[in-house]
Design a binder for this molecule. Structure first.
Ligand code: FMN
Length: 413
C-alpha cells in the first residue's frame, strides 16, 4: 500500500460560510492550446474506444473529445503535502513539469481541495480561492509547452481530512492548535477507532460542496487545465457517500444504490455543464472496498454507466481506501481487471492504475484492450523519464525536449 493510501486515516469539514462564487468568465478565459486541442467538429465527441484500430499500443495517441494525448502514459495524481495555504509552489512546477519533459501524455496535478476543510493535510494544494489560479496556471502552461496535457484532480477528503503529512506520521490533527479542523462525512462514523467523529453533512452542506466543486472547476479551467478529474475514490468524501460502510444515512443520499450515487452524479452533472464540450471529464473511483457488504465492482459498473450518460469520458479505476479491514491482494496489475470489466460492460474509456512498473506490461494493458490509458504513480517518482524509456523500449521516437534531443542523439564516436 502506498504512503498515500496508508495515510488515508484522516478527516474534513465543509465551511459553514455560504459559498458564494463569482461567475468567472470561463469561456473567454480558457485558453485552448493549439497543440493539443481541436475544435469539437474536428474531434470525436466521446472516447474513441478504438479497439477497431488493430495497431493501438502504449505509444498511440489518444483523442478524447477535442484533446489529443501524445501517448497513453499518464502521471497519476499524487499528493506532495508541500503546498502553503493551498498554493502550489516551485516544487510542484518542477515535480510535474519534469514528468511532462519526461514524455508523459498526461500529467495530473494531485488531489486539489475544493474547500480548505477538504484537504487531507494542511500541505494539500487547493483551489478554493481565485488567488490559487496563477501558480496552477504556471504549471499548466509549462506542462502543455512540453507537449503533455495538463490535468488536475479536484477533491474533498471528507472524514479523512485534517491529518499530518506522511513523513510526520500522518496522524489526525484534532485541534486547531495543532493545525487541524473538524471533519465531515455522510454519517458520524470515524474512519478508524480514535479518529474524530465526522459531522454528518446536511443537505445544505452538500449543496455547498457541489458549489465548491463547480467553482474549483471554473478556476481550474481558467488556469488552463485540459482534463478535470473528479476524485471519488480512496475513501474520500464522494466515495464515503457511495460506500455502505461509511454511509448510513436514511435520506435521499443514503440507503439504496441510487441514493448513495446521488452526490457524485450531481457533482459530475454540474461539472459537465460548465466544462467546454471539447474538454474531457474523468472520474477516479475505487472499484471495490475489498470487503463483503461494501462498495463493489457490480455497483461500479452501474455507476460508470450512469457517469457515461452524464458525459463523463473516462473512469480512472483504482480501489480501496474506505476501511482498514480491507484485505487487498496487492500485486502487479491487481486493479486492471476492474478497468477491463468497466470498459467492456459500459463502453466508457478506462484508465488502469496500480503497480504498473515495466513498459512491456503497460503496453500489454493497452494492446489487450484492458484500458485506454495507464496511470503511473510511484514508478514515475522513481523515473521521471519513464515515458521516454518506454518510447525507446517499444521502438518509438523519443519525445525529448528540443533542448535535449539533438544532444542526446549524438553518440560519442
Ligand atoms: C505519494 C502518493 C500520493 C498520492 N496521492 C494521490 C492523490 O492525490 N490522488 C489520488 O487519486 N491518488 C493518489 N495516490 C495514488 C496514486 O495515484 C496511485 O493510484 C497509486 O500510487 C497506485 O499506483 P502506483 O503503484 O503506480 O504508485 C498517491 C500515491 C502516492 C504514492
Amino acid at each position: 500500500m502506498s504512503d498515500y493510501e496508508q495515510n488515508n486515516s484522516e478527516k474534513s469539514a465543509i465551511s459553514k460560510t455560504n459559498f458564494t462564487e463569482k461567475n468567472l468568465p470561463l469561456d473567454s478565459a480558457v485558453s485552448l492550446g493549439q497543440s493539443v486541442i481541436q475544435t469539437i467538429d474536428e474531434a470525436q465527441c466521446h472516447c474513441e474506444h478504438d479497439r477497431e484500430i488493430p495497431q493501438v499500443d502504449l505509444l498511440t495517441a489518444l483523442t478524447i473529445r477535442g484533446v489529443t494525448f501524445r501517448n497513453r502514459i499518464a502521471m497519476s495524481p499524487m499528493c506532495m503535502y508541500s503546498a502553503q495555504d493551498g498554493f502550489a509552489t516551485d516544487f510542484h512546477l518542477v515535480h510535474l513539469g519534469s514528468r511532462a519533459m519526461g514524455g508523459a501524455g498526461l500529467v495530473v496535478v494531485e488531489a486539489t481541495a475544493v474547500t480548505p476543510e477538504g484537504r487531507i493535510s494542511p500541505g494539500d494544494t487547493g483551489i478554493w480561492k481565485d488567488e490559487h489560479i496563477e501558480p496552477l496556471a504556471r504549471i499548466a502552461r509549462f506542462v502543455e509547452a512540453q507537449g503533455s496535457v495538463p490535468g488536475i484532480q479536484l477533491a474533498h477528503a471528507g472524514r479523512k481530512a485534517s491529518c499530518d503529512s506522511p513523513w510526520s506520521g500522518g496522524r489526525s490533527l484534532e485541534t486547531t492548535a495543532e493545525g487541524g479542523w473538524p471533519v465531515v462525512g455522510p454519517s458520524p462514523l470515524p474512519f478508524d477507532k480514535g479518529d474524530p467523529v465526522p459531522i454528518a453533512l446536511s443537505k445544505a452542506d452538500i449543496e455547498q460542496c457541489i458549489n465548491a466543486w463547480e467553482a474549483g472547476t471554473r478556476r481550474a479551467l481558467i488556469a488552463g487545465f485540459k482534463v478535470i478529474e473528479l476524485h471519488a475514490a480512496h475513501g474520500y468524501l464522494l466515495h464515503e457517500f457511495l460506500s455502505p460502510i461509511s454511509n448510513h444515512r436514511n435520506d435521499d443520499y443514503g440507503g439504496s444504490l441510487e441514493n448513495r450515487m446521488r452526490f457524485l452524479l450531481r457533482v459530475a452533472e454540474r461539472l459537465r455543464n460548465i466544462i467546454p464540450q471539447q474538454l474531457p471529464l474523468f472520474v477516479r473511483i475505487s472499484a471495490t472496498d475489498w470487503v463483503d457488504g461494501g462498495w463493489d465492482i457490480e455497483q461500479s459498473v452501474v455507476l460508470s454507466r450512469r457517469l457515461k450518460e452524464l458525459g463523463v469520458d473516462l473512469i480512472d479505476v483504482s480501489s480501496g481506501g474506505t476501511t482498514l479491514d480491507a484485505k487487498i491482494p496487492v500485486a502487479k496489475g491487481y486493479q486492471i481487471p476492474f478497468a477491463r470489466r468497466i470498459r467492456e460492460e459500459t463502453g466508457i474509456c478506462t484508465g488502469g492504475v496500480g503497480l504498473i512498473t515495466d513498459q512491456q506490461y503497460a503496453d500489454e494493458i493497452i494492446t489487450s484492450g484492458e484500458a485506454d490509458i495507464v496511470f503511473l504513480g510511484r514508478e514515475l517518482l522513481r523515473e521521471p523519464y519513464w515515458a521516454i524509456k518506454a518510447q525507446q523500449f517499444l521502438g518509438g521516437e523519443p519525445t525529448w525536449p528540443i533542448q535535449y534531443g539533438y544532444a542526446v542523439k549524438r553518440r560519442a564516436k
